[in-house]
Design a protein around this ligand. Structure first.
Ligand code: TYD
Ligand code: MG
Length: 415
């Protein structure tokens, strides 16, 4: 019985299954559009891919609508349809006026029913569709309320079908809550080609657009923006904003030469180590993994005999950035030691090394690129691991390169 059903199904299938040699399959090149926004191009892996479905998540108020309105308005030769279920035409017009970009190929639809949306799409035939937000969409095929798991799943599936059938790229904006556990976007990450996250601290002007998943490129890319009175500004030289510009030596500050995606970035690490007043010492980390901080403290306690166990420790990455590159370890450790000793580190020094459990300073990837960036920004010394592969020639740099084997050595050199 089962087999018969199966047979009829295959018989009705126009394209009979057939084993092919992979070499014989003709490759198709992805068609991409470069947008005027270099940061967006970067996180997408080199521009917008035709027929791709991209989910952009972020907390309410972070600037998702601004980013995509701005981008859609700047694509001057592409007919774009911006569908908003959140704001009125007047509100969007006001925002567009604030951004001061005009575009006669930009169309707006304030609607939530996918049935109506597809009717309008059929008439307009846009080349790019932006949905703000996926949580407001409603499919007539599903009874539950907009924003519910089944609605989000169905409306995303409809958008996916549309994107693939017509080869039109579609961006879905989705809200996520503070802790990232959402009754929405998370469940549909596997349905889309690319997932971007727009993040930042509400108190800082800087915003990071991060690639979480990308079928068409790397996932370690970052785009950096600054929210201004006239929309988002691309930040093409992030090091300049991530290091506070001052000449004096403050204790608890160390600069890390990190790489995010393909880009080297110098980032300021700030630590505050104080005597604990309560029984259990406090540990807080902003922009850095708390467990990683605890591990580095344990290394210092065990290998260096420092008594962090009776101290409160606060760690912060300047600019509201979250750093995942393990090469930041050495700078974190030096910032902690600097605050512990209440002795500043010269502001022309920077660090790039991962710290192992036994206190060894480990090699990190693309060290030459990091050194070059530090040199370009006028640093005088960079502390790195001595375990980088043989044959690297650091003599070509004007910056002094200090190789380290263990964390004790950096302590002796600095304090
Ligand atoms: P918005 O794009 O509405 O956020 P989201 O869609 O993620 O909820 O942006 C919200 C904030 O950005 C709001 O507080 C106002 C601010 N903003 C600026 O600072 N400058 C601008 O030019 C614009 C358009 C918005
Ligand atoms: Mg919005």
């Amino acid at each position: 019985m089962r087999q018969q059903e199966w047979k009829t199904e295959t018989a009705g299938n126009a394209r009979a299954p057939k084993v092919v040699n992979l070499e014989a399959v003709e490759g198709i090149e992805e068609k991409r559009w470069l947008t005027p926004d270099a940061e967006l191009n970067r996180v997408l892996g080199g521009g917008i891919v035709a027929g791709s479905l991209v989910l952009v998540g972020g907390e309410p108020g972070i600037g998702k609508s601004t980013l995509f309105l701005q981008n859609a308005l700047s694509l001057s030769n592409i007919k774009t349809l911006y569908i908003s279920g959140e704001e009125s035409e007047q509100q969007i017009k006001m925002r567009a006026d604030r951004l001061r970009i005009r575009n006669d190929q930009f169309y707006l639809l304030t609607e939530t029913s996918t049935q109506v949306i597809f009717q309008e799409i059929k008439k307009l035939e846009p080349q790019l569709v932006i949905i703000d937000s996926i949580q407001t969409l409603q499919s007539p095929l599903i009874e539950s309320a907009p924003g519910s798991v089944s609605q989000i799943r169905e409306t995303t599936a409809e958008m996916q079908r549309f994107a693939k059938e017509t080869n039109t790229p579609v961006f879905l904006i989705g809200h996520i809550t503070k802790d990232g556990v959402i009754a929405g976007p998370k469940i549909l990450e596997h349905m889309v080609d690319t997932v971007l996250q727009f993040e930042g601290d509400q108190h800082y002007a800087y915003r990071i657009l991060r690639t979480i998943k990308n079928r068409f490129g790397s996932t370690s890319e970052l785009g950096i923006y600054e929210m201004t009175g006239q929309g988002l500004r691309q930040v093409s030289n992030p090091s300049e904003i991530l290091i506070s510009q001052r000449e004096d030596m403050l204790s608890g500050v160390a600069i890390a030469a990190t790489i995010e995606g393909l880009r080297p970035m110098l980032v300021e690490v700030q630590a505050l180590v104080t005597q604990s007043v309560y029984g259990t010492p406090q540990r807080t980390a902003t922009g850095f993994d708390l467990r990683r901080l605890q591990l580095l403290l344990a290394v210092l306690e065990k290998r260096g005999g420092f008594h962090f166990g009776v101290k409160d420790v606060f760690l912060n990455i300047a600019g509201g950035l979250r750093v995942e590159d393990p090469s930041i370890d050495l700078a974190v450790l030096c910032a902690l030691l600097s605050s512990y000793e209440d002795a500043g580190i010269p502001h022309k020094y920077c660090f790039a090394g991962e710290v192992g459990l036994s206190g060894e300073v480990r090699a990190v990837n693309r060290i030459e690129q990091r050194i070059a960036e530090a040199e370009k920004l006028g640093f005088e010394k960079i502390f790195i691991s001595k375990y980088h592969k043989k044959g690297l020639d650091f003599s070509k740099f004007n910056i002094e390169v200090v190789p380290l084997g263990r964390v004790e050595e950096v302590y002796r050199l600095l304090f």
